[in-house]
Ligand binder design. Structure first.
Ligand code: ZN
Length: 173
């Protein structure tokens, strides 16, 4: 599987097209930590943006307000437990992230996974990247603590779809 996806072949939602881009032209997602030198660190999450996102109901990718429905993305274990470290997203933003190379954009919380196996490290960048990602749609979430780290517990999913290698995966029965 190629490490990078040709982003020009994938339709970019306007909300994502409006984001700043890095030197390669990849969109810098909302929660990505940007250093003092202006360079983004795609593997780190900005805790202040996370906080603001939770408080104001912002999408973790484009940083604008979420509607009534929100999408959570995670590996099969995260989808089952409904614990997430990443902010929820617009469904269109989540789908974009799933179709493009998932490695580029999402922060990771490897320190949490060592202690809390029920919490999947953000699988989009984890070294233990699962084969599949699920996207779960819900209207509710709450912030809770897992080993004194703030995490998000998503409400019951009204719909879950699994993706594999950038394509919807229908092999699950
Ligand atoms: Zn969004």
């Amino acid at each position: 599987m190629p490490a990078w996806t040709d982003l020009t072949a994938i339709e970019t939602p306007p909300r994502i097209a409006a984001l700043p881009k890095d030197d390669r032209g990849y969109p810098i997602f909302f929660t990505v930590l940007v250093g003092n030198d202006g360079k983004p660190n795609f593997r780190a999450q900005d805790p202040y943006k996370w906080e603001a996102g939770v408080q104001d109901g912002l999408c973790g990718i484009c940083g604008t307000k979420l509607g009534k429905r929100m999408a959570f993305v995670g590996g099969p274990r995260s989808i089952k437990s409904r614990y997430f470290t990443d902010l929820p997203m617009h469904e269109s933003c989540a789908l974009y992230a799933l179709k493009t190379c998932p490695f580029i954009a999402m922060p990771k919380f490897s320190y949490l996974a060592q202690y809390a196996p029920e919490l999947t490290v953000n699988p989009l960048v984890s070294d233990q990247r699962p084969e599949m990602f699920g996207i779960g749609i819900t209207g509710k979430m709450k912030v809770t603590q897992l080993l004194s780290h703030p995490v998000i517990k998503a409400g019951t999913f009204t719909r879950v779809q699994f993706w594999k290698d950038g394509q919807p995966f229908t092999g699950l029965s």
